[in-house]
Design a protein around this ligand. Structure first.
Ligand SMILES: Cc1cc2nc3c(=O)[nH]c(=O)nc-3n(C[C@H](O)[C@H](O)[C@H](O)COP(=O)(O)O)c2cc1C
Length: 179
């Protein structure tokens, strides 16, 4: 059984991207699934001086350990001004400094998504793909989920897919991750 780690690149308590990865986690029945909230792995804003004086943040080491134990990742990254949020980039930058090897996602398959309540997400996917590949990941699939609230609906406090086509597209990629 594959180990799959899911997180979003949002630090919002009402994140649609976090809601999306929680909904996707419910589709991964034949895998060991770990869903985390990156807000629980907060790190200072990266600077070389902070690294030299304070060292690598404990949360970066913890997150790297979780990634080392996983076979594949599902990551949903919000779009901020046509790109990824600084919060997400900061986490990736610290992760790449944990052992100073940079290629921390080598041999990891990543299913990359971007959700928006509006019409965006494409710029975030493009930029996140560049960074994740730079860290060694192979991209198993990419999906933009715009108009989030038209495609998913809340049921008992969690979001579920109401758009059958979207559910089918996502399931095809998650099934590949579990093989
Ligand atoms: C600084 C900032 C920039 C944004 N830029 C974009 C954008 O370029 N395209 C877009 O579709 N939405 C943009 N948004 C709206 C976000 O996509 C929206 O807030 C979304 O809910 C964020 O994802 P989250 O809920 O998972 O945090 C922006 C929001 C903020 C705060």
């Amino acid at each position: 059984m594959k180990n799959i780690l899911l997180f979003s690149g949002s630090n919002s308590s009402k994140s649609v991207n976090q809601s999306l990865i929680v909904a996707i986690s419910g589709l991964l029945e034949n895998a060991n699934v770990t869903v985390i909230d990156l807000r629980n792995f907060s790190m200072p804003f990266y600077s070389s001086e902070t690294e030299q004086t304070e060292g690598i943040p404990e949360n970066a080491v913890k997150l790297k350990q979780l990634i080392d134990q996983t076979d594949a990742l599902v990551i949903a990254v919000p779009e901020h001004n046509g790109s990824i949020p600084a919060f997400f980039k900061n986490s990736m930058d610290w992760l790449s400094r944990v052992e100073k090897k940079y290629k921390i996602l080598t041999n990891k398959a990543v299913f990359l998504l971007s959700a928006s309540p509006f019409g965006g997400g494409g710029g975030s996917i493009t930029h996140a793909e560049t960074i994740l590949k730079r860290l060694g990941a192979s991209i198993a699939g990419k999906i933009v989920v715009n108009k989030f609230h038209e495609q998913l609906q809340p049921v008992d406090g969690k979001f579920q897919f109401k758009d059958e086509l979207l559910l089918k597209e996502i399931s095809e990629i998650t099934n590949r991750l579990m093989q």
